[in-house]
Every structure is written in structure tokens, then in C-alpha cells.
Design a protein around this ligand. Structure first.
Ligand code: ASP
Length: 344
């Protein structure tokens, strides 16, 4: 029997058209593209159904509400399909893939995000190749988790980040090898797969949790960020230098602010501005203070994974101390655990 794949079309460059104001979603029914993609007519293709967002979105406009919408669409159709392909703009695809990785609990089917750097309506578009391979990977179901497929590589969604605005290889997964490479055949690395789900699939919708990302820069005036870090946000991902370092400051700098945030129940997660590697709090004096006052190490998580994981855990209404512990625990393959920090 033919496999059945659901394509959820949210928007993005793949279906955009030029306008006087730059590329915009065309609003066209995505099925109208099918006749122009010869591989979709071939007998080896699974059965395809398209569910389309209205309006279609540039992914710059995708956040919690739309992540929930994608999640609900998957949950409502979970039993009818063998896998899902999410057509999505590249700009925030890694945020959405990370969010869905957490939101879809006990996922046992592939959810493959893809899109393109050049629209299908233009010559040299990468859209058809990405779409066709993403569909076949979803149908084969060798990797039943949330992934990004782009330009020959299948990446774990919650490890991915957008690495180029103009190369066909738009995404990277700097702290984890790809889950498959696509050449003449698809080479899966099944030893890298997540363990099988422990319970029935369920959807955990996100709430509008106030979380933010602050990038440290030379000369940063921390006092300007005090009220958002201690009063307005429930969680902050701090993008620090290198292995977790922050500048010292004669006026006391960040440390008293983080202490106050800690007392107020705001979680500060320390990630790195580096594309690759891990945060190692205490390796330098410049990061030791963070460790001493209750900041949480983000380890080798991407900023995208850390931010969406915070929203996920707050949406589960866990006590703050448990959220702190779970941030250091590997839930979906997003993190390399440091054993003595991950006991929950
Ligand atoms: N701005 C577009 C989007 O993210 C870029 C893309 O799809 O590549 O929707």
C-alpha cells in the first residue's frame, strides 16, 4: 500500500513570487505547483495531501501562535498519515523545528521541515529537489522525529541553525552529525536516532511565555537590561562569548542583575555566540561568577533550542527548580548532557 504524506504549507520563499516590495507569498494553492515537478508524478511517490496556511507567511512572522497551529495540524491528522513535510521559510525554520521537537511529545513519525533559497517560480530553484527528497525521507520513516532536510542533509531539528543567507546549504547542525546524507542513495545513520517513544503521542501547546535572548557585546551596559531580565522575562537566553564568558564591569555589571533575576524566579540560560562547541561555566574567571549565582549552563544547545525549550517547560507549568534541572537534561537530542548536572 502507498504511504501517505501530509504537506503542511506555511509559506516561505519556496512558494513566493516577486512583487514591487520584494518577494511575497503568492497565495496560490500549492497543489498548482505539482504538474511542474515531474518527480511528483512518478509511481514511486507516496500519496500526497496538502494543508495550507491562510494567509501564507514569511517565516519572520512565525512564532508561538503558528507553532501551535502547525502542532495542532499534525495532531489532528496524526493517524491518517505516515509522515509530515512542513514547507516553511528558512529564516526561522530552526526556531520552528526546535519548538515542534519539544511540543510533539512521544513523536513516532517523521516531521520534516524544508523550503528553498530560490522560489519554485524562478530558474535554478532548489525547491523541487528539497521537496522531493523531504517527501521520500518522510515516507521511508527511518528517522521518526522532527528534522530539517536541506540540500542533501537531514539534520535534527533541535540541533539546527540557519548558517547561510545565500548558499543552497542554508542550515548546519554544528554540534551534531547529520542524521542522513542524500546522494545517489539516502545514507541514514540510524545509530544517531532517538530512542523509541515511551508513551502515546501527544501535543503540548505552547503558552505565550515571556522569554528573550540577549547577546553580550563588548562594552554592554547591563543596567539597561535590568528590568527586562529581572521583572519582565521568565527566562533569558544569554548569548555569551566563547565558553560562557561575560565582561566584568566596575559598576557591578551583570552579576547583581542575575542574582536579582534568580530571586525573582527568572531563569538565565548561558549559551555561546560560537557556532560550534559548548559552554563550560567556570573554565575562565569571566564565567565562574555566573556559575556561582545560579545561572544555568546551556551546554552545547543552540540558542533556538534553548529559547523554545524554556517556553515548552514553562508551558508545562513545572516548578522553576525543576525547569532549571530539565534545561540541563537532554529531552529531544538537543543537548549533550554533562552527567552530574543532569540528575533530575
Ligand atoms: N524570508 C523568507 C522566509 O523565511 C526566507 C526563506 O524562506 O528563505 O520566509
Amino acid at each position: 500500500m502507498k504511504k501517505r504524506i501530509c504537506i503542511i504549507y506555511t509559506g516561505g520563499t519556496i512558494g513566493m513570487v516577486p512583487s514591487g516590495k520584494g518577494y511575497v507569498p503568492s497565495g496560490r494553492d500549492f497543489k498548482e505547483y505539482f504538474p511542474s515537478i515531474p518527480d511528483l508524478q512518478k509511481p514511486g511517490m507516496p500519496e500526497l495531501e496538502v494543508i495550507q496556511f491562510d494567509p501564507l507567511l514569511d517565516s519572520s512572522n512565525i512564532a508561538v501562535r503558528e507553532w501551535n497551529q502547525i502542532g495542532r495540524t499534525i495532531a489532528e491528522n496524526y493517524d491518517r498519515f505516515d509522515g509530515f513535510v512542513i514547507l516553511h521559510g528558512t529564516d526561522t525554520m530552526s526556531y520552528s523545528a526546535s519548538a515542534l521537537s519539544f511540543m510533539l511529545e512521544n513523536l513516532g513519525k517523521p516531521v520534516i521541515f524544508t523550503g528553498s533559497q530560490i522560489p519554485l517560480c524562478e530558474i535554478r530553484s532548489d525547491g523541487a529537489a528539497n521537496l522531493v527528497s523531504a517527501i521520500l525521507i518522510a515516507a521511508e520513516a527511518a528517522v521518526p522525529e522532527v528534522c530539517i532536510y536541506f540540500d542533501g542533509r537531514l539534520l535534527r531539528g533541535c540541533r539546527s541553525t540557519k548558517a547561510s543567507s545565500d548558499r543552497f546549504t542554508a542550515f548546519d547542525s554544528p554540534n551534531e552529525e547529520s542524521l542522513a546524507e542524500v546522494g545517489i542513495s539516502v545514507r541514514y545513520h540510524c545509530s544517531r536516532n532517538r530512542p523509541a517513544p515511551e508513551g502515546p503521542f501527544s501535543l503540548r501547546e505552547f503558552e505565550q511565555v515571556p522569554v528573550g535572548i540577549i547577546k553580550i557585546f563588548p562594552g554592554i551596559q547591563f543596567e539597561l537590561f535590568e528590568s527586562i531580565m529581572t521583572e519582565q522575562y521568565k527566562g533569558v537566553v544569554l548569548e555569551t562569548f566563547g565558553a560562557g564568558n561575560i565582561p566584568a564591569s566596575s559598576s557591578g555589571g551583570l552579576i547583581p542583575i542575575i542574582e536579582k533575576a534568580y530571586r525573582n524566579g527568572t531563569l538565565i540560560i548561558v549559551c555561546s555566540q560560537c557556532m560550534q562547541g559548548t559552554v563550560s561555566l567556570g573554565a575562565y574567571e569571566a564565567s565562574r561568577a555566573l556559575l556561582d549565582i545560579g545561572a544555568v549552563t546551556g551546554g552545547d544547545m543552540t540558542t533556538e533550542a534553548a529559547m523554545t525549550k524554556l517556553i515548552y517547560l514553562f508551558s508545562r507549568h513545572e516548578p522553576v527548580d525543576r525547569i532549571r534541572a530539565l534545561m540541563m537534561k537532554n529531552l529531544r537530542g538537543e543537548l549533550t548532557e554533562i552527567p552530574d548536572q543532569a540528575s533530575v
